[in-house]
Design a protein around this ligand. Structure first.
Ligand SMILES: [Zn+2]
Ligand SMILES: [Zn+2]
Length: 203
């Protein structure tokens, strides 16, 4: 909770502040998250505007997770920016949301409560949006050997002398072919160019 009383209600008044808060629980996703209780360093700029207080800020946060390629634990730091308007509860009509069709925006409107505002949901959203989708321990992490699961980073020349069973080799080719496809998701099949030997797609 942050207090806006010192700011006053005169539009144009500005106040900056820095504060460190503890990370709440469940901030992040399985592969990457902010550890609970970790410090979130907030830099805030509060500006009194006609309909409330406009809060602009940045947050720095530590992240912990696993590399999606080699599954090694990783730690790094992230930053996120946010901006939110907290309306005065008594400002019936705010020009910003006067458009009646914009009901959704109106529902998501945040209010000051006794001159206080709760920044947690705002910071939480900002951090979640800033999370890396596929965190890796380093750029170009080579990942794991597809045959035996060895970490290729520790053993770059790693190879298997004995070609593995032919059926496995065929499977691997299949897997590699798929991997080189565009990672387009579900409609990959529909859009994939016809491979030679396939049944004709068009008559
Ligand atoms: Zn890795
Ligand atoms: Zn191997």
């Amino acid at each position: 909770m942050f207090d806006t009383r010192e700011l006053g209600r005169r539009p144009g008044t500005l106040k900056r502040l820095s504060r460190t808060v503890e990370a709440p629980d469940n901030l992040g996703v399985e592969v990457i998250r902010v550890p609970r209780g970790a410090p979130l360093e907030l830099e805030l700029r509060m500006e009194s505007v006609m309909e409330g207080v406009l809060v602009t800020g940045t947050v720095r946060f530590p992240l912990a997770g696993e590399c999606v390629r080699c599954l090694e634990p990783l730690a790094r730091e992230g930053t996120a920016e946010f901006q939110e308007l907290f309306s005065y509860p008594d400002s019936e009509f705010s020009p910003r949301f006067a458009d009646a069709e914009d009901e959704e925006a109106d529902e998501e409107r945040l209010f000051l409560q006794n001159d206080l505002f709760d920044l947690e949901p705002v910071v939480r959203d900002a951090i979640v949006l800033a999370l890396p989708l596929r965190p890796t321990c380093r750029e170009n992490c080579p990942g794991l050997c597809p045959d035996c699961g060895a970490r290729l980073a520790e053993d770059p020349d790693h190879q298997h002398d004995e070609p593995i069973d032919i059926r496995w080799a065929a499977l691997r080719e299949f897997a590699e072919a798929r991997a080189s496809d565009e990672p387009a998701g579900h409609d990959r099949q529909a859009k994939a160019p016809r491979a030679s030997g396939d049944e004709p797609q068009e008559k």
